[in-house]
Design a protein around this ligand. Structure first.
Ligand SMILES: [Ca+2]
Ligand SMILES: [Ca+2]
Length: 256
């Protein structure tokens, strides 16, 4: 999805981007503001933006519609802010914008490994699994998934190389989060992309694992000591590795 200035977009153009735009209404006046924790739009009165309302809109149905949505027709309607829709982010083009690297991002902590043609970033600040999952997604990546013995070794090497950089604190530095979790009450361990571990290409558990310790271990880590998998709980703060497809974000021409 391209970063564009929503204010400058005709409905047809915005529609072409494949998303809906949600803006926020403060009291009775609409203005374009922060629309999610990923999109930030400057406060702009809607009166200064070309608006094409859908028939009968805005109707503030049930006195509970404080957000705006663009419909497939390109017209706007007010909706409840808890509704879930695709969205469009924009970023103003500036002079001297950083160049995209080989991983298709301006984040130079991502490094392309030609052996797997994937990019990897080691996060030295620990998070719980769900927060780590989101952190990777925000960067256009995903919690690392091991797809081969080669990638297993590569990820172990990155872990060992980065170990001394991990932020010190009262948590376990002896494991990192990976992109696997349990489904169907532990009867099925799958990657966040919907494959079984076997289908993904690596399913070597550490001895005695997964043990579902204390009945609450739904997430998968890689142990530093033996380099094998262990199930862990939802509140376990750990470093983690994000993996990224080099083509998963914008192409260079998208900035031109
Ligand atoms: Ca992988
Ligand atoms: Ca365990």
């Amino acid at each position: 999805m391209k970063f564009q200035n929503v204010r400058a977009l005709e409905p047809t153009k915005l529609r072409t981007l494949g998303g809906a735009a949600i803006v926020h209404r403060a009291n009775t006046r609409f203005s374009v503001k922060q629309v999610s924790d990923r999109c930030f739009l400057p406060g702009t009165p809607l009166s200064r933006i070309p608006v094409w309302w859908a028939p009968g809109e805005p109707d503030n149905a049930n006195n509970g519609e404080d957000c705006l949505l663009m419909l497939p027709s390109g017209t706007l309607a007010d909706v409840n802010c808890t509704r879930v829709y695709p969205y469009v982010c924009y970023r103003k083009k500036k002079k001297n914008m950083p160049a995209l690297n080989a991983c298709g991002t301006v984040d130079n902590d991502y490094n392309l490994d030609s052996r797997t043609n994937s990019c990897y970033k080691f996060h030295t600040t620990p998070l719980i699994w769900t927060r780590a999952f989101v952190a990777c997604a925000r960067e256009g990546g995903y919690l690392a998934i091991i797809n081969s013995e080669l990638e297993h070794q590569l990820i172990r090497d990155l872990y060992n190389k980065s170990y001394s950089s991990i932020i010190s604190g009262n948590y376990n530095r002896g494991a990192i989060h990976l992109g696997y979790k349990s489904f169907e009450h532990l009867s099925l361990w799958m990657t966040i992309h919907g494959q079984t571990l076997k289908e993904a290409g690596f399913e070597e558990w550490s001895e005695g694992q997964p043990n579902h310790h204390d009945g609450d271990q739904d997430y998968v880590t890689l142990l530093k000591d033996d380099g094998l998998l262990d199930d862990t709980g939802p509140n376990n703060l750990l470093p983690f590795i994000c993996e990224k497809d080099p083509s998963s974000l914008l192409a260079a021409e998208d900035f031109s």
